[in-house]
Design a protein. Sequence first.
Length: 268
Amino acid sequence: MGVVNVTPDSFSDGGQWFDVETAVRHGLDLVREGADMVDVGGESTRPGATRVSLEEELARVVPVIRALAAEGVTVSVDTMRAEVARAAVEAGARLVNDVSGGLADPEMPRVVAATGVTYVVMHWRGHSHDMYSRAVYADVVTEVREELSKRVDLVLAEGVSHEQIVLDPGLGFAKHAKHSWAVLAGLPRLTEMGYPLLVGASRKGFLGRLLAGPDGTPRPFSRSDDATVAVTALAAHAGAWCVRVHQVGPNADAVRVAAAWKRAGANT
C-alpha cells in the first residue's frame, strides 16, 4: 500500500502532494513502483495534529480518488469520517482505512457495511492531540489484542462482515517507541486473531529514535526508509497481509524476499 497524503502537514511529506494533479501523478508513480493499492488521506494524524473540517477533507481526497480509480488503480481512503468514506467509495475507493476503528465516528461501521468494501480497523485510543497521554500498558500486545477484539465485535454487530475486516495494530498511535517494538515482535500473536493484518511502520518516529545520532537527535523521517524496508521484510515474514509505506519500490522488493524465504522454508 503506497501513501498519498493530500495534506500540508503530514509528518513525513506534508505539502509534497497537496494539489490534485501532483497527488494523482504521485499515486500513479507508486503503482508503477509496485504498489498493489494507493491510500489517499486528507487529514494528518501526526502527533499533535488538529482536525480539518469535513468540507476540507472531502475537497482534498475525492478528486484524487476519482482520478486514480479512473486509471484502474485500487484506491483506499484514509479517513475517520463516515461521510468521507461514503463519498470516497462513490468516487471509486475499494477500501476504508479508519485509524480510529470506528471510534471517532460511530456511523462508520454502518457505512462500511452498506458499501461492502474492505475495512481496516486500527487500534486507537484517542485523537492525535492527546494520544500519548493514553500510552499506558501493562502488556501492550495482550491489550492491543483485547481492544481490537472488542472493536471487531462492535463493527460486526453493525453489519460489517468477517470478510471485510483487516486489522492494524496502530504502531505509534498511543504507543511510545517501546510499545511499537513490542507490537512488532508480537505480530505472530496478532495474526492468530484470524484477520488479515496491515502494518504501518513507514517513517514512524520510533524508527527515527532508534537511528538517532551520537547526540541523540532522531534521524529525520525521510532518512528512515531503509529501516522501514527492514521492518517490511520482517513483518511480511511474520504473516502481515499488507504494509503501508511511503517509498514503494524497495519495500515491494522486501516483500518478495520474505515470500521467497518462506517458500524455501516450507520446502526444506
